[in-house]
Write a protein that binds this ligand. Structure first.
Ligand code: SF4
Ligand code: SF4
Length: 142
């Protein structure tokens, strides 16, 4: 654990790249802002991104699935569109709702093996709040 004045993300979380959160037969949906950010991050035209990476069903835009996981997931490096990932991905697993309710903390930490299980819920909240106040969380999330 780092000193009280300078907690770091690794005090509470280190992604194991297990891929659990990027697997499944569907992905999170992308809102307009997500779509623009992803197009920019990939450096392609919107049409190319739509064709290569998205699954569009009516007004719902999701990422395509390959081998049971998001097309951007790589088992060695994790998310390959990290800078352009959707906001719902950015909030996982360090979701602010964990601060409001310990049940949310329990549910999320049971799904994600990256959490430091050696510290108490209270200590987790203290560090997480400090990281949010410092604007550090999004830089380090999955
Ligand atoms: S964020 Fe958690 S569930 Fe997702 S790959 Fe990392 S350790 Fe696994
Ligand atoms: S965009 Fe990245 S973080 Fe989100 S599901 Fe796909 S691989 Fe995972």
């Amino acid at each position: 654990m780092s000193s009280d004045s300078s907690p770091t993300i690794t005090d509470i979380f280190t992604c194991s790249l297990c891929g659990f959160c990027c697997h499944g037969e569907t992905t999170v949906s992308l809102d307009e802002h997500d779509q623009e950010r992803m197009v920019q991050a990939l450096g392609l035209s919107r049409e190319e991104v739509e064709q290569k990476y998205w699954r569009i069903t009516g007004s719902v835009v999701q990422m395509q699935i390959r081998d049971g996981h998001c097309i951007f997931y790589d088992k060695n490096t994790g998310c390959t569109v990290h800078e352009g990932r959707p906001w719902r991905c950015r909030q996982w697993p360090l979701h602010p709702s964990m601060l409001a309710d310990e049940n949310n903390y329990t549910t999320i930490t049971e799904s994600c093996p990256g959490f430091n299980k050696e510290i108490s819920y209270e200590e987790f909240c203290r560090v997480f709040r400090a990281l949010i106040d410092r604007g550090d969380v999004d830089k380090f999330s999955r």
